[in-house]
Design a protein around this ligand. Structure first.
Ligand code: GLN
Length: 197
């Protein structure tokens, strides 16, 4: 099973390491033709406005959008979640997203870098042990449309993990805390979807 990690910008190496540790073959994706070889895709954290510009400059934005809409399993963390959202609130001028996820996401919802924080989250779909979650200039899922559903919320009720069919998204970064359950859960989706790259 070959799983792609979008490697235009951001912490793609950390995701690749987690996926390899779980037994997946990892393909770093920078070109449209590489999308044909993968069974699922992770879009890492980083800076969504830069990732968006690079995706468009490299001719990847259209093929990525087609892949998401064609049912390819995709997991986005933080900036990656912003890239998947149908609506981006507080984007920079002209910022676009790949879309596909029936959600609106507010960028930098917790303020500047110094407002990054860590907390433990209940994520029922991953079992009883809470997830230790690191938020870095993170977005929140402001609205969850009828095709999507929340997987985790903060104590104040704001949604920070979400799912819709083959799509999975977190506002935080499991790839940097040794938390592998989201990636395992995602690989389950990849196996079930049966795309053969
Ligand atoms: N604030 C970043 C953005 O808008 C996301 C930060 C992150 O991925 N850790 O893309």
């Amino acid at each position: 099973m070959s799983v792609g990690v979008l490697a235009l910008q951001g912490d793609f190496r950390e995701h690749a390491e987690v996926l390899r540790s779980l037994g997946a073959d990892v393909e770093l994706v920078r070109r449209p033709e590489e999308l044909a070889r993968i069974s699922g895709l992770v879009i890492p954290g980083g800076e969504s406005s830069v990732m968006d510009k690079l995706a468009r400059a490299f001719g990847l934005a259209g093929p990525l959008s087609a892949a998401v809409r064609g049912g390819l399993p995709v997991y986005g963390t933080c900036a990656g979640l912003i890239m998947l959202a149908d609506t981006v609130i507080d984007g920079i001028a002209g910022q676009q997203s790949i879309g596909g996820f029936d959600i609106s996401v507010r960028r930098n919802a917790f303020g500047s870098q110094t407002l990054s924080f860590e907390t433990d989250l209940d994520v029922p779909v991953l079992g009883d042990t809470p997830v230790h979650a690191v938020f870095i200039r993170a977005p929140v899922v402001q609205t969850v449309g009828p095709r999507a559903h929340a997987l985790a919320t903060l104590a104040d009720g704001r949604c920070v993990a979400v799912e819709q069919g083959n799509l999975l998204g977190t506002s935080f970064h499991p790839e940097i805390t040794g938390e592998h359950r989201f990636h395992e859960y995602f690989l389950g989706k990849v196996a079930a979807a049966g795309f053969h790259g």
